[in-house]
Write a protein that binds this ligand. Structure first.
Ligand SMILES: C[S@@+](CC[C@H](N)C(=O)[O-])C[C@H]1O[C@@H](n2cnc3c(N)ncnc32)[C@H](O)[C@@H]1O
Length: 249
């Protein structure tokens, strides 16, 4: 058995093949246009397999994606305007400054300790130009607590494989944390072999005042927060909220 986080970029792309990255990139582009329309460069923290980046590049942005998982990075496609680098977003130091920093699909919720969270805010601050934007989405605490994470299964079949993924969550109210324990049952049709892979994703949910506090302490002001994609006011039904911050001065 394997006990890694994001053991495979292959699994990731398979399980999220229906995620609408194009629509999400359009939404982020709209937010950028709304709050800093002269933006031309983006730093993406936790870019995964680079699917938001590739769609955002279509709007003309120059993008650098940072990702710690080598197997996710292997799935990215570099172009002249689209570059990727391996690194930890809590400590990476870059020479260029960007108009916008983005971090999507709950990357910020993977920052479960206060130290990690603050470090990523500092990375965003240090790599933004004056008045730059920091845009990210996150698990919204009121909805997580009200709805409660549930056991979910998903099966994907390809020509060669059938993979069943079971997600079993554990909620830790004292830490604002949910550990999502994934088990992948992977059957290879041609070799008739079977393997089991375990991954544990430790996720933190946030409240708005909590993020506002961290933002203000690290040199940002909150410009907007809303339900991710719809723009609706966050409610007990809103698991994913996006927030737009502006770097002070
Ligand atoms: C759910 S995935 C999202 C990936 C991508 N943003 C997307 O939308 O497909 C979360 C990603 O955050 C990355 N990540 C989490 N913490 C990180 C850190 N400290 N440094 C670099 N990458 C990190 C993980 O490796 C993973 O690829």
């Amino acid at each position: 058995m394997n006990n890694k986080i994001f053991s495979s970029g292959d699994y990731y792309n398979l399980f999220y093949e229906n995620k609408d990255y194009e629509l999400e990139a359009k939404y982020v582009h709209k937010k950028i246009q709304e709050y800093k329309s002269n933006s031309t460069s983006i730093l993406e923290l936790g870019c995964g397999t680079g699917k938001h980046a590739i769609n955002l590049a279509k709007f003309g942005y120059k993008i650098l994606g940072i990702e710690k998982s080598e197997s996710m990075l292997k799935k990215t496609t570099k172009t002249e305007h689209l570059q990727f680098r391996q690194g930890d977003i809590r400590e990476i130091k870059l020479k260029d400054k960007y108009d916008c920093v983005i971090s999507l699909f709950h990357v910020m919720s993977y920052q479960i300790t206060n130290e990690s969270l603050i470090s990523v805010f500092r990375t965003a601050f240090n790599n933004l130009k004056k008045d730059g934007l920091f845009i990210f989405d996150f698990w919204f605490g009121p909805a997580v607590i009200d709805q409660k994470p549930m056991v979910r299964t998903k099966t994907i079949s390809t020509k060669n494989k059938t993979i069943c993924r079971i997600a079993e969550p554990e909620l830790f109210l004292d830490r604002n944390q949910v550990n999502v324990n994934y088990t992948y049952h992977d059957f290879d049709h041609s070799t008739k072999s079977f393997k089991i892979i375990n991954e544990s994703h430790q996720m933190r949910y946030f409240s708005i005042p909590e993020l506002e506090l961290v933002a203000n302490e690290t040199g940002f002001q909150v410009l907007n927060y809303e339900e991710f994609l719809t723009g609706l006011q966050p409610s007990f039904d809103t698991w994913g909220v996006s927030i737009v911050l502006r770097k002070n001065g």
